[in-house]
Structures are given as structure tokens and as C-alpha cells.
Design a protein around this ligand. Structure first.
Ligand SMILES: Nc1nc2c(ncn2[C@@H]2O[C@H](COP(=O)(O)OP(=O)(O)OP(=O)(O)O)[C@@H](O)[C@H]2O)c(=O)[nH]1
Ligand SMILES: [Mg+2]
Length: 308
């Protein structure tokens, strides 16, 4: 289950998220990535081709294909998109030709529709020609928007590699449920598994001094998940996914042809765990065998993040 879907289905309230953007901005791919299954009901609404709705229990995802203007009169737009709990505006970060058009649409959306919060998302961050966050900020003139009308944030993400999806989940968590993860909090790393894609070698480190049966079963299952993740990410240089096994949260991070899976507690900061994973990846990347002492590396780097 994807982190975003998991977040939405955890709560006992109806949540709707609207995803808008130009044709080809990556809306459908993003929805597929969030749902990661065929178990949703697709409701199509007659008389429009631009609107789509996916419903899963209490959670609905609405998408709208924008063209050259923000619909001003359509009741469906007002009721569904502007009535949603969160509004995401997707921009294909690899297509500089559409930046100007997207800038105009975002400006119109803020000035004429007054959404309270807007998250602008640069999609397709996995591609080499993807514009940076700074470039997007400038080209979309996000700094010039009227802050009294709308609070705007900007992230980049990839539906193919999963990078940035956790930041989106965190944003939604904060906006929808007024929760904020404290990135400065230390994590409690219980265990870690690494995989070298070149040699296939898997390293396992148990950091807690009291491993129990649940943890051992989790590690067995995790090895399977890491292998599947490696297969899925084969064509990508980097990638991210957060999974849950038993009561553990586990970010899987790929970089430098290695994967690191850190097993942390259910309330730990995932952004911090991902940052730790990236630093561990830098250190282990030259090694392709089982000779590295993973326990020592993690304890030396992050002595306060280890569960004793
Ligand atoms: N590399 C890469 N390609 C992506 C990503 N997201 C979408 N694409 C590709 O971009 C193209 C458009 O993506 P869609 O998700 O269909 O875009 P859309 O906004 O739904 O487009 P319309 O429904 O036509 O308005 C497809 O070929 C996708 O495979 C991504 O994160 N990375
Ligand atoms: Mg689509």
C-alpha cells in the first residue's frame, strides 16, 4: 500500500484530494502510484472529458485536465475541485515549453479561486532534463503570488521512482490533519538491510540488543521486499518507497546501485530515516560484498538514532 493511500484510509473521515494540471503533466500516473492497485471504483461523469474521480472507501481522488484557462463557471469544478480538502497542481518539470502556460493558470487559480492551500508539484523528477526546484520556483513565479489569498508550497516528485512522495504525504498529513513530523527528532533504528545490485549480496544488521521473533520475521519478509524493490527500480538510478511490516516503518532507498532499508519505529521521522539511508548509501557504495560492518557504520554515524 502506498504511503499516501495508507494515510488516507487510516482516518475515519472523508477526504478528497484534487489533482489538476495540463495534459501530460503526469496526473494519471500519480493517481496510479497512490492507489497501486485496481481495487478502486472509477466513477466517470457524463458531459465532461476533463474530470475523473476515483473512490476508495472514505478517500476520493479527483483529477482535472486543464487547458488554457481555469474554468470559472462550471459548477462541477467549483463543487469538486475547489471543494476538495487539498489541491495539487502538477507541472511536467521536463517540459519548459509549458512553464509559462502553467504560471498563468496558477496565477488565475490563486487570484480568482482563492484556494486556501496549494501544493505545486514538479512531476517526472527522475528524468535527466527535469528542472530544479529553483528553476520551477522562478519560471512559475511562485514568489510573486498573493500570499494573502493562498499559501503555496512546491516539491518535485517522480511517480516512476517514488522520490518525493513521502514529502507529499507529510504535506497532506500536515494540511489535512494538522500534524507535523519533527524532522529533528532522533529515530530508533532497530535493524538495517542493504542490497548491492551488482553482486546481489545482502547485508543484514540488527542494532537493537533485544531482537524478538517479530523482528526476525520482519527481516525475513523485508529481504523479499528489498529484492522486489530492486527489480522494480532496475531501470532507475535512484528511488524511494516507504513500507510497513508488523509495527515497523521501513523506508527503502536506492542510490549508487545499492539499496538501504532502515527498520525504524512506527512514530519515527521518515524524512530523517531517509536522510540517514542516503548517508549510509554513500559510505557503502564502493563495497559489493559482505565485508562491511553495517552495525558499526550506523552506530558511528548516528549514535543517538540507534535503538538499544
Ligand atoms: N519518467 C517519468 N514519466 C512519467 C512520470 N509521470 C508520468 N510520466 C509519463 O508522462 C506521460 C503522461 O503522463 P499521464 O499520467 O498520462 O499524464 P496526465 O496528466 O494524466 O495526462 P492527460 O490525462 O492526457 O491529461 C506518460 O507517458 C507517463 O508515462 C514520471 O514520474 N516519470
Ligand atoms: Mg490522465
Amino acid at each position: 500500500m502506498s504511503a499516501i493511500k495508507n494515510l488516507m484510509t487510516k482516518f475515519d473521515v472523508k477526504i478528497s484530494i484534487a489533482i489538476v494540471g495540463l495534459v501530460n503533466s503526469g496526473k494519471t500516473e500519480f493517481v496510479k502510484r497512490i492507489l497501486q492497485s485496481d481495487e478502486f471504483i472509477e466513477a466517470s461523469v457524463s458531459n465532461t472529458t476533463e474530470f475523473e474521480l476515483q473512490i476508495l472507501d472514505n478517500f476520493s481522488l479527483l483529477t482535472w485536465d486543464l487547458d488554457d484557462h481555469i474554468p470559472q463557471k462550471k459548477t462541477l469544478w467549483k463543487r469538486s475541485i475547489l471543494g476538495a480538502n487539498a489541491l495539487l497542481f502538477l507541472v511536467d518539470s521536463t517540459n519548459k515549453d509549458i512553464f509559462q502556460q502553467s504560471r498563468k493558470l496558477i496565477k488565475d487559480l490563486v487570484e480568482k479561486n482563492f484556494p486556501i492551500r496549494l501544493l505545486v508539484l514538479g512531476s517526472k523528477s527522475d528524468l535527466p532534463n527535469s528542472a530544479s526546484v529553483g528553476e520551477l520556483m522562478t519560471n512559475l513565479s511562485l514568489m510573486d503570488l498573493d500570499k494573502t489569498k493562498c499559501d503555496v508550497d512546491l516539491f518535485k516528485f517522480s511517480s516512476k521512482t517514488g522520490e518525493g512522495l513521502y514529502a507529499i504525504e507529510e504535506w497532506l498529513n500536515r494540511i489535512l490533519f494538522k500534524r507535523r513530523e519533527r524532522v529533528i527528532n532522533y529515530t530508533k533504528i532497530v535493524a538495517c538491510i542493504t542490497l548491492c545490485e551488482e553482486s546481489g549480496a545482502i547485508n543484514e544488521a540488527v542494532l537493537t540488543e533485544k531482537p524478538n521473533l517479530t523482528l526476525l520475521a520482519t527481516l525475513r519478509e523485508l529481504k523479499r521486499k528489498v529484492t522486489i524493490f530492486s527489480r522494480t527500480m532496475r531501470v532507475h538510478g535512484s528511488g524511494e518507497e516507504v513500507i510497513e511490516i508488523a509495527s515497523f516503518k521501513i523506508p527503502l532507498v536506492k542510490e549508487h546501485r545499492h539499496i538501504v532499508a532502515l527498520v525504524v519505529g512506527p512514530h519515527d521521522s521518515i524524512p530523517r530515516a531517509i536522510e540517514i539511508s542516503r548517508n549510509v548509501l554513500k559510505i557503502i557504495s564502493p563495497y559489493c560484498d559482505k565485508s562491511i560492518n553495517l552495525v558499526k557504520i550506523i552506530r558511528d554515524l548516528y549514535p543517538l538514532d540507534v535503538s538499544y
